[in-house]
Design a binder for this molecule. Structure first.
Ligand code: RB5
Length: 144
């Protein structure tokens, strides 16, 4: 799958590990930074990635910060972006099957690298179920 990934300094280590594992697994990954542990502002990275998901540059994206929370809040300000902050595989999978989430956020200070990879894998493998019920609900997410 083609996807973008970004982090602030709080997610830099986990993001670097995920980039390696995603590429090893055959995904085409665009790494939007940050590229060091120097302090940065998470919204800068969230907005860059979310803009690209909203305009179709990348079908899906992954954001990493200390908790995943700030990244999700910022990414969800973009119309068409459905960002989910997940710390378990069930929520990650269901966010794809029922909510058609297109951005996953995870927290380096919350998850160890093993669980983070399981959460990312569950999210990547999850497929939107579609159907009238879920499609109708997802279409109602954007405020009218
Ligand atoms: C940075 O200290 C931290 O606030 C950030 O990585 C993130 O957890 C924000 O939600």
């Amino acid at each position: 799958m083609r996807l973008a990934i970004a982090s602030d300094h709080g997610g830099f280590q986990l993001k670097s590990q995920l980039v390696g594992k995603l590429r090893e697994a055959g995904h085409e990954v665009e790494d939007l930074g940050t590229h060091s542990a120097e302090s940065t502002d998470y919204p800068d990275y969230a907005h860059t990635l979310a803009r690209g998901v909203a305009d179709g540059t990348w079908p899906r994206g992954i954001l990493v910060c200390g908790t995943g929370v700030g990244m999700a809040i910022a990414a969800n300000r973009h119309a068409g972006v459905r960002a989910v902050n997940c710390s378990d595989t069930y929520t990650a999978r269901l966010s794809r099957e029922h909510n058609d989430s297109n951005v996953l956020t995870v927290g380096e200070r919350v998850l160890g690298p093993g669980l983070a990879w399981d959460v990312v894998s569950a999210w990547l493998e999850g497929t939107f179920e579609g159907g009238e019920r879920h499609t109708r609900r997802v279409s109602k997410i954007e405020p009218r």
